[in-house]
Structure formats: C-alpha cells, structure tokens
Design a protein around this ligand. Structure first.
Ligand SMILES: Cc1cc2nc3c(=O)[nH]c(=O)nc-3n(C[C@H](O)[C@H](O)[C@H](O)COP(=O)(O)OP(=O)(O)OC[C@H]3O[C@@H](n4cnc5c(N)ncnc54)[C@H](O)[C@@H]3O)c2cc1C
Length: 416
C-alpha cells in the first residue's frame, strides 16, 4: 500500500450510515436503561434497539462478505465500531459479541458448520444472539498453561455420539440471552483430553452448542460498572449434550482456535476506545466553547483548557490511525497483523481511559453526573483494558512473546 488513509467512497457511505443509525436508534439506549435496577431487565430494555439493529441489516453489515455478510473486512468493521461506540456501548457490544461468538466457526469450521452457524444472523429478523464462552471463574489468562496449572476447567466428554459438557463460565457477553436460558448459538471452549498431562496444544476443543431446552443455568447476571445494558453472566453447563460433529476443527485443536479468534477483536476494542474518547472530546469541546463558568470568557480561551483539548485530540487521532493500520494488516494477513492488532487494543483502550479522565478535568464538576455523557463514557471505557484479554494478563504477554521470538523483526510493521 502507499500511505493513504483516505476512505473509499463506499467506506464513507458505510461510516455515514453507521453514524446515522447510531444517532437515530442507539442514542435511545442510555436513557432506556438509566433507572432500570437489574442487569437482566436492563438488557431487556435494550431489546427494541437491538431488534432495529438487526432489522436494518447491521448484523449482516458486520459479518464478513465471504460467509454471506456484507463487511469487506476489518477496516469496515472498525468504522462501524467507532460510530456505534461514540453513541452507545451496550447494544454495540451485544452486536459485536455475536460476531465474536461465530468467529471460532468462521476460523475453523467446515463449510457446512459455517453456513449453519451464520444463517440465523443473516435473516434480518428477530433478535438472534451468539456468544463465545471462554472465560471461567478463577481466571483465564493462563488458559493454555500445562499441568499442574488448571487451564480450562469446563469439560466435554464423549458419550456415544454426543459430547456431554459440564462446567461454569463467566463474563460471557450475551450468553444466557434475553430470558436467562441461553442463546441461539454458543461456541464453548472445553477440555476434551481426559489425561490432565495432555499438552495444551491438544487438550481442549471449541464445541458449538445450539439453543438448549435445559442445561444452561444462569447463576448471576453481573451488575457492572459500565456496559450496563449489556449482559455478562456467570452460568453453568449442566450435562449439556450436543452431537459429536459439533466440535469445530480437530478435536484437541482449541488452543490455536481461541488464539486465532481473539486476534481481530483486539483491533475492534481499539476502535471502541476511539469511539468513546471521540464522544468525550466532542462533549468537552462544546462545553469549553460555550461555558464561561461565571467568568467573562468561554473557558476554551484559557490556555490550560486549550492545551488539554489539543492533547486529547492528538491522542485520539494517533489511536485511530494505529487501529486502521492494524485492521489493514489483518485484512491483508500481513506478518505484522498480530503485533499491530494487540498494540491497537492496548493503546486504544488505555488512551480512551486517560483521555476521558483528562477531559473530565477540563469540564470540571459538571462531568461527574449523567447530564453530560462523560461519566457514562468513562464507565464504559474502564473495561476496555480489562476485557478481550486483559492488557496485563494477556495482551502485553502476547507482545512480550513476539519480542522474545528468535526471528522477530522490529521493522516488520512497516516493511510488510
Ligand atoms: C463487558 C465484558 C464482556 C466480556 N465478554 C466476554 C466474552 O464474550 N467471552 C469471554 O470468554 N469472556 C468475556 N469477558 C471476560 C474477559 O474478556 C476476560 O475474562 C478477561 O479479559 C481475562 O483477562 P485477565 O487478564 O483479567 O485474566 P485473569 O485470568 O482474570 O487474570 C487477572 C490478572 O492476573 C494477572 N495475571 C494472570 N496471569 C498472568 C500472567 N501469566 N502474566 C502476567 N499477569 C498475569 C494480570 O494482572 C491479570 O489482569 C468479558 C468481560 C466483560 C467485562
């Protein structure tokens, strides 16, 4: 590529359509959930907006074109993610978590598995949900450590032609669905090797679990700091039986599938951060240009305020272009794609938290309640460094491993 960050006409159209949809539909989410006391009821309060998202084709627009969706790749997905997150994090994450739920199948499934998995999400009707069930109580950062580390504890045991799944998962986006009993499709990371000494490379598998009549038991819908209209429950698989052929790829090949499935979402989290920080910037800029705070000039005339806004805008621009670069590398399967995606996740997520906090200092005390959006934006941003593989326990370790690898070329990010 030559260096040119100009979006194509189609991308500008997609960006504008995402902005219009967010402003006309997703903008209703914060008010709809604000005084709803329980996580499950807050999720339900977002259902009309999610149904509209589905009806207006946005699940199709964020699913890849080769499997029947309309997305031409990660740059397109990042454009939509930024526009959506600038307005609402809750329904946006519910929708992007559907893609996450399908990713193991898209990466490792047979053509028949892919077609069956994706079909309900392409129809443009109802409120279909999917979930990727990886995290477990007690932590998941070391999921691929060999024994005596525990690693993945949820088990799947073959009984005749069926897998029998038992175990507890938590923090799983969407997983227990609108009514607490599960969703249309979950991909579940399970230990399938009986011998605890089996090497992690062969010890676990990803298994597709369609909607169950019973056996998905909701234990707690977490009442979280941010993303308050998005569901992240703890729940158990209680002797859930699925056909043997529901395993994705090779039995025992789950580690590689999990790692592949978490590469592109890293870049998307970077875009979430850009969206949140950008919304905070717009709110703070408007405030600074219009508010005199009992003085004689708008506060933007004070140099300290102007410089803080300048720093915030610079950080947001840097995060956005690192993210686009990572998305371009992912789309073109460049050798540097993983490094850039992880950097985009770490930088975009931590920039969002820092920038929003800085902008709250610019606005001052009025940023601290919910009349302005800054408090909500900070609440939603705080999780970005923590989820999708925490920046300490997972993402920096990925970079550390790359830096330690014998063939590492520090210039591959610009030379490939
Ligand atoms: C809104 C939301 C949505 C989510 N959606 C999903 C989902 O759809 N599916 C899913 O599976 N999960 C989901 N999660 C869960 C979440 O993504 C993961 O559980 C989390 O990213 C695990 O990262 P962690 O590093 O905190 O891991 P933990 O295992 O909990 O580690 C905790 C801490 O221990 C330290 N640590 C542990 N091991 C090491 C090490 N080897 N080296 C250095 N430090 C270490 C780090 O400081 C780390 O932060 C979601 C969470 C939230 C809040």
């Amino acid at each position: 590529m030559s260096i040119d960050f100009t979006l194509t006409a189609e991308q500008r159209k997609l960006q504008q359509a995402a902005r219009d949809f967010a402003r006309s539909v997703l903008a209703d989410v914060p008010a709809a959930i604000r005084f709803v006391p329980t996580p499950q009821d807050r999720l339900l309060a977002t259902k009309p907006m999610y149904e509209q998202l589905v009806a207006e084709g946005w699940l199709r627009k964020i699913l890849p074109a080769p499997v029947g969706g309309e997305s031409n790749g990660m740059v397109d997905a990042a454009l939509v993610a930024e526009e959506f997150y600038a307005v609402d994090a809750d329904v946006s994450l519910t929708a992007f978590a559907v893609v996450l739920g399908l990713l193991p199948v898209l990466h490792g499934g047979s053509p028949a598995q892919v077609q069956a998995a994706v079909a309900p999400f392409l129809t443009g009707t109802g409120a279909p949900l999917a979930a990727f069930c990886h995290s477990e109580p007690g932590g998941i950062a070391n999921f691929a450590e060999p024994a005596p580390a525990e690693g993945v504890r949820t088990t799947a045991v073959l009984d005749g032609d069926e897998w029998v799944i038992n175990g507890t998962k938590q923090w799983i986006s969407n997983a227990t669905g609108w009514d607490g009993t599960g969703v249309d499709l979950t991909t579940v990371v399970c230990r399938t090797a009986q011998d605890p000494a089996t090497a992690p490379e062969n010890a676990f598998s990803v298994i597709v679990v369609p909607k169950q009549e019973s056996g998905i038991v909701l234990e707690e819908a977490f009442d979280t700091l941010g993303h308050r209209g998005h569901l992240t429950p703890r729940f158990r698989f209680d002797n859930v039986r699925v056909p043997r052929e529901n395993v994705v790829g090779e039995v025992g090949g789950g580690k590689a599938l999990v790692e592949a499935s978490f590469a592109s979402p890293a870049a998307l989290v970077g875009a979430f951060g850009v969206g949140l920080a950008r919304a905070a910037f717009d709110a703070a800029l408007t405030f600074a240009r219009t508010e005199k705070r009992a003085g004689s000039v708008p506060i933007i005339e004070h140099q300290a305020v102007g410089y803080a806004l300048a720093d915030a805008k610079t950080s947001i621009e840097a995060a956005r272009y690192l993210n686009w670069k990572a998305c371009h590398a992912l789309d073109n399967q460049l050798p540097s794609a993983l490094e850039l995606a992880v950097q985009a996740k770490i930088f975009g997520s931590e920039t969002a938290v820092r920038v929003i906090t800085d902008l709250m200092r610019v606005v001052g005390i009025d940023s601290y309640n919910h009349d302005l959006p800054l408090a909500r934006l900070l609440q939603d941003a705080v999780v970005l460094p923590l989820f999708d593989g925490g920046n300490m326990g997972v993402r920096r370790r990925q970079l550390h491993d790359l830096l330690k690898s014998p063939g590492y070329n520090s210039m591959s990010t610009v030379e490939s």
